[in-house]
Write a protein that binds this ligand. Structure first.
Ligand code: SF4
Ligand code: SF4
Length: 435
């Protein structure tokens, strides 16, 4: 079975939600839409307090190339534009819409046949639809599909790994919307003039592997590749190594080895934008963990508060202790349920008291476990020491910027050193310094 070096075998915990079909959540009475839900420049509001907005109307945008517009996810009235808690930390400016209770809009006005659309037109449709990477990174997709001329792309990898424990939304999408996921993949292949595509799926999803193979049985240039279930198999660099045996150089990007990787949810959003003219205004989120009453996979309008989502799933259990946006390895702990679902919200995970370890950090015992498991081949123990000593220049030499924040090092560290936190701090400091 194909895979990458190092990484971790984790308890998968998918059984809580993997059989739960995707259901549309009942419409929330209000949504909170942060102006920054993507990597890059935050949007500027295009509406003001008191304006009436239609579902799908563009309500924020920026001139910067690396940015993405925001659309109203329900119809209603803009009640305020103010700072609100943001699920990636702190507060951020957000547009708040009070819903008018009108039903869902029917999206059916397509943008034409992708075969007859120029690559530039497709990129424009993707940009205007506000599509970003839905695997969690939220990098604007039109930017990813605009490689420089000196870096031709020959291969597209569709990422169906969903290697984070607990999360099952991508698995459900592959089972319930396989044709749309593959439609999106074909559009991506055409847009960057690649010659072939692969669908990488971990072998803990045999039903998705079988269905995708069936759908692709007459297709010569797209192949399904089952991969070993190992964390973080869904990391771009790990996928490329496993499927193509190409190594993305340190400091480099997938396009340096002729590859673009997109998540299945992103491919589906591209299909909806082209087939129906629908912008990104909702996404599938896995609500799971022993701390929530009824785990589910829900299709949720962006901006819906976590509190509303959790209530739709029967509420929190009494012993609920920690709420995480995303999975347990790369997800972010939340201090309030007032935060909204944003474009990068793949899951809402609620853990109970017995599942959360609170322990003080102890000194490094130089066991090298963090080094043995780092999928990027970094030296986390040394990087952590350099961060603590504020030696930012040395950190750069030790390739801190290549850390993918996967959490493998912190997971295996017997001294409970907050290694990912230290890596993030180191990356932040290095990125601030002149190159
Ligand atoms: S978080 Fe960074 S340093 Fe730690 S294992 Fe992952 S890539 Fe390596
Ligand atoms: S795993 Fe923890 S204790 Fe072991 S070398 Fe790495 S930082 Fe030190």
């Amino acid at each position: 079975m194909k895979t990458f070096r190092q990484g971790l075998y984790l308890a998968e915990k998918k059984e809580l939600s993997e059989a739960k079909k995707i259901k549309r959540i009942s419409p929330p009475p209000r949504v909170i839409l942060p102006l920054s839900q993507h990597t890059g420049a935050p949007g500027r509001p295009l509406v003001k307090v008191g304006d009436r907005v239609e579902e799908g109307q563009k309500i924020a945008d920026a001139d910067s190339f690396i940015s993405s517009p925001i659309h109203a996810s329900i119809s209603g009235k803009v009640s305020s534009i103010e700072k609100m808690p943001h699920p990636v930390g702190g507060e951020g400016e957000a547009i708040i819409i009070e819903g008018d209770g009108n039903g869902k809009k029917v999206w059916e006005k397509g943008k034409g046949n992708p075969k007859s659309l120029a690559a530039e037109e497709i990129r424009k449709i993707i940009r205007e639809a506000g599509i970003v990477g839905l695997g969690g990174a939220a990098f604007p997709t039109h930017v990813k599909l605009s490689p420089p001329e000196n870096k031709p792309i020959d291969t597209i990898v569709l990422n169906g790994c969903e290697c984070e424990p607990y999360l099952t939304g991508d698995h459900r999408l592959m089972l319930e919307r396989p044709d749309d996921c593959l439609y999106g993949l074909r559009v991506i292949i055409e847009t960057v003039h690649a010659t072939r595509g692969y669908v990488g799926i971990e072998n803990n999803k045999p039903d998705a592997i079988a269905l995708m193979r069936e759908k692709l049985k007459d297709n010569e240039n797209i192949q399904v590749v089952p991969l070993k279930t190992k964390y973080p198999q869904g990391g771009e660099k790990m996928l490329i190594k496993a499927i193509l045996n190409r190594e993305v150089p340190l400091g480099g990007l997938p396009l340096d080895v002729g590859v673009v990787v997109n998540n299945v949810g992103t491919a589906l959003a591209i299909a909806e934008a082209i087939k129906w003219g629908k912008p990104l205004l909702e996404r599938v989120v896995t609500i799971t963990g022993s701390g929530v009453s009824q785990p589910a996979n829900l299709l949720i309008p962006l901006g819906t508060p976590f509190s509303y989502v959790v209530e739709e799933c029967g509420g929190l259990r009494e012993n609920a202790s920690k709420v995480i946006m995303g999975g347990p390895m790369m997800g972010l702990s939340q201090y309030t349920l007032d935060v909204p679902v944003v474009k990068g919200t793949s899951g809402i995970l609620v853990l109970t008291e017995s599942e959360v370890v609170f322990r003080e950090e102890e000194p490094c015992v130089k066991c090298a476990r963090c080094i043995d498991h780092c999928p990027m081949g970094l030296l986390p123990t040394i990087l952590a020491r350099l961060v603590k000593a504020e030696r930012w220049d040395s950190l750069k030499d030790y390739q801190v910027m290549d850390c993918i924040e996967c959490g493998c090092c912190a997971y295996v560290c017997p001294s409970r050193i907050p290694l990912v936190h230290l890596m993030k701090l180191g990356k932040f400091q290095v990125s601030k310094r002149p190159t």
